[in-house]
Ligand binder design. Structure first.
Ligand code: AMP
Ligand code: MG
Length: 317
């Protein structure tokens, strides 16, 4: 096995995927591309393997992990699917939708994956490299974003290396993540209600059309860092919805509002989502002591972008 403090970046060819699969089967960590962001994967059925994720990320142990599966059949071994859950999985999997469902009693997952909750978060990813890794290992893989807890999420191998270099033996290079923001998380409640736990590429308008209106969105939210005020932090003060930047600010523009970089010169929200974390990484690395971001519309994936920016702009206590 690779040395503990050396992280190797490998191509996502047959050899790279075979190496990733071998490390994962042996209970090690591998950073793998997905269509949302890069994930730090470990086998979900091993307490020791899952403990390595929490240690590498410095993640609080009360924050549960998303488990990635090959397909719906695999998912049904881990959670109880009702008609609504099956319908959502059939519509959106493989893809950027995570379902929080009642955990099956006989599910073969380590307790730390769900942080002891009676529910489990499941997703079948669409990225061909992550799918190949899931197929080759035959395992369910816990995989949060491949960055230190609270830091900016990674959408390419350079971001992973900057945050977690040395903390896992292997990173598989699948190019930049297409969606660029984390999956939409939906919790389906017994009795027919549902809540949006995290906005993402599958929009609330789309979910409303399928499930009816969201029930009691605030009160049912799980207390976890991904849903808490501060997350995705660039490590310096940040202003959002700024019409212009000041001299000491790295300014992230959008549309006709130019900046030191631009989320999308065309004002395209899908492009802006894909470029969001790269722009935040550039802003974090710049010599400017502060960051400002142009206003971003709330429609469609704009809601997820604004959600991430708001948390990134929330100062440390
Ligand atoms: P990450 O893995 O960094 O993308 O974050 C995963 C997100 O999924 C966190 O915000 C968790 O709080 C959330 N999550 C995972 N499992 C559950 C669960 N059983 N119930 C509610 N939220 C969950
Ligand atoms: Mg994360």
């Amino acid at each position: 096995m690779s040395g503990k403090n050396v992280t190797e970046v490998v191509q996502a060819d047959a050899e790279g995927i075979a190496r990733a699969a071998r490390i994962l089967k042996e209970g090690g960590l591998v950073a793998v591309p997905t269509e949302t962001v890069y994930g730090l994967a470990a086998r979900a059925d091993s307490a020791e393997a899952v403990a390595k994720i929490y240690a590498a990320k410095g993640r609080p142990d009360f924050n549960p992990l998303i488990v990635h599966v090959r397909d719906l059949k695999h998912a049904q071994k881990l959670a109880q699917f009702d008609d609504r859950a099956r319908d959502l999985a059939e519509r959106f999997w493989p893809g950027p939708l995570t379902l929080v469902l009642p955990l099956r009693e006989d599910a073969d997952v380590a307790g730390a994956v769900t942080a002891g909750l009676p529910t489990i978060a499941l997703r079948q990813p669409a990225h061909k490299v992550m799918r190949a890794v899931l197929e080759t290992t035959g395992l369910a893989l816990a995989a949060p974003s491949a960055n230190r807890s609270e830091e900016i999420s990674p959408t390419c191998t350079d971001h992973v290396m900057a945050s977690l270099g040395g903390a896992c033996p292997l990173v598989v290079d699948g190019g930049p993540s297409e969606e660029g923001v984390e999956s939409t998380i939906v919790a389906l409640r017994a009795g027919g209600g549902w809540s949006l736990l995290r906005p993402g590429p599958i929009t609330i308008e789309t979910l409303d059309r399928i499930l009816g209106s969201e029930s009691a969105p605030e009160s049912l939210r799980v207390e976890a860092p991904g849903q808490l005020a501060r997350h995705y932090s660039p490590g310096k003060p940040m202003r959002i919805s700024a019409p212009a930047g000041e001299a000491d600010e790295f300014f992230i523009g959008f549309g006709v509002i130019e900046g030191d970089c631009n989320l999308s010169a065309d004002g395209d929200l899908i492009e802006a989502a894909a470029r969001l974390y790269d722009c935040l990484h550039q802003a974090a690395a710049s010599e400017k002591p502060r960051i400002a971001v142009a206003p971003i519309p709330y429609g469609e994936v704009g809601r997820a972008i604004n959600d991430r920016l708001r948390r990134a702009a929330t100062p440390t206590d």
